[in-house]
Design a protein around this ligand. Structure first.
Ligand SMILES: [Zn+2]
Ligand SMILES: [Zn+2]
Length: 394
């Protein structure tokens, strides 16, 4: 089969690799029909090289048609249309039972002290072959895959793999009181989707902060009050305070994480790790943090006293200096973590099956063949104008 493989920093290639096979009785094989490129794939492309193996298959946002199932898979059958959650969870352990599938105790990568294994996401998360490929082996297929109806185009369901449950969890964790306000820092796909979810749930006003005109325009079109924060001044924060009786929004979602710009400490570690041999770079990066903390600092500044910050951007470092004094003084609640995809599916299916209330069919900016993946990664990494969400169609 053809698959998008990692070969080195900023070097992905489409290669022909052996087809996956059923290895465990709970496996399924899925013929991929759509598979998205995620902002977090850029971390692999750019800075997480020390945790990658040459030839690793990328991708964690796939859907397709079931081609084969192991003898213990009962929930899905050959020919079913399914979306695959990015976290691999067993559905039987205490964590899964508690709705914390991203902490599944069966697939936890204990050798790395990490939570549940993920598709296509480094040695830290199990080095499981990913979904940017023609075929995908899905472990625990008796629990993970989400069956969706025939009829609507793939784009209606594809984002159930990651973006939609991630955004949904971010909004739920933000804990916005009824009819109160929310700010979303970072308007890339997850932040953008969080705005859609929030507006759908009747939260408002919703404020959106970013520095890329395309993204601000997309959010504005939804009814989000947008603020360009390119100049790094406090103007946006002042304006949002003014709109919220001087207090700030009840809740803030930090949807930027490592995608933020302009943080000197983060940038230093980011660049430095690229110049070191892998064995040195890996621990340096985990300890120093490749994070861009500007977005988190903005969130802390912005949030109302007594409010909640919901962090959805990936934070990958171990020694990030949190502004603890301010967090304590403002009595801020913090919630964060990888999306527990399976936990939210029952809430989300009604939003995507009968109608397209969240506008998912027009969410992607590009649909391209799998062969065009190297070029798409390149364009996406350079954040070329209009490159918002890329969907590969193998
Ligand atoms: Zn993703
Ligand atoms: Zn589990």
């Amino acid at each position: 089969m053809k698959a998008v493989t990692w070969q080195g920093k900023r070097d992905v290639r489409v290669e022909t690799v052996p087809d996956p096979t059923i290895q465990d009785p709970t496996d399924a094989l899925v013929r991929i029909t759509s598979t998205a490129l995620c902002g977090s794939d850029l971390h692999l492309y750019e800075v997480l090289g020390p945790f990658m193996g040459k030839g690793d298959i990328l991708g964690h946002e796939p859907m397709g048609i079931v081609e084969a199932v192991g003898p213990d898979v009962t929930g899905i059958t050959v020919g079913d249309r399914v979306v695959i959650p990015f976290n691999i969870a067993c559905g039987r352990c205490a964590m899964c039972a508690a709705g914390l599938q991203s902490q599944c105790e069966t697939t936890q990568v204990r050798s790395e002290d990490k939570g549940a294994a993920l598709f296509g996401y480094t040695k830290l998360y199990g080095e499981v072959p990913g979904g940017q490929a023609e075929l995908l082996r899905v472990p625990f297929a008796d629990y993970g895959p989400v069956k969706v109806p025939d009829g609507p185009p793939d784009d209606r369901f594809l984002y159930l793999s990651d973006v939609l449950p991630t955004a949904w969890q971010a909004v739920r964790y933000a804990n916005v009181p009824p009819r109160d306000s929310l700010a979303v820092v970072g308007l890339w796909p997850v932040g953008q989707m969080a705005c859609r979810v929030a507006l759908h749930l009747g939260i408002g006003p919703v404020f959106g902060l970013d520095l890329v005109p395309d993204r601000l325009e997309r959010a504005r079109a939804l009814g989000v009050e947008t603020f360009d924060v390119t100049d790094g001044s406090d103007e946006a924060i002042d304006a949002i305070r003014e709109r919220t009786d001087g207090r700030g929004p009840a809740s803030v979602i930090d949807a930027v994480g490592m995608e933020a710009h302009g943080d000197a400490v983060g940038k230093f570690a980011h660049d430095a790790s690229g110049m070191l041999p892998d064995a040195v770079a890996a621990p340096t990066m985990e300890r120093a943090g490749i994070d861009r903390l500007a977005a988190l600092r903005t969130s802390v500044d912005l949030v109302r006293r007594g409010g909640t910050i919901s962090i959805v951007g990936v934070y990958g470092g171990m020694a990030d200096p949190l502004p603890m004094m301010t967090l304590f003084d403002k009595q801020v609640s913090l919630r964060m973590g990888q999306a527990n995809v399976r936990n939210w599916i029952d809430d989300l299916l009604p939003l995507v099956v009968d109608t397209d209330v969240l506008g998912l069919e027009t969410f992607a900016s590009h649909h391209v063949a799998l062969d065009e993946a190297p070029e798409a990664y390149h364009r996406f990494q350079r954040k070329e104008a209009g490159t918002f969400k890329v969907v590969f169609q193998p």
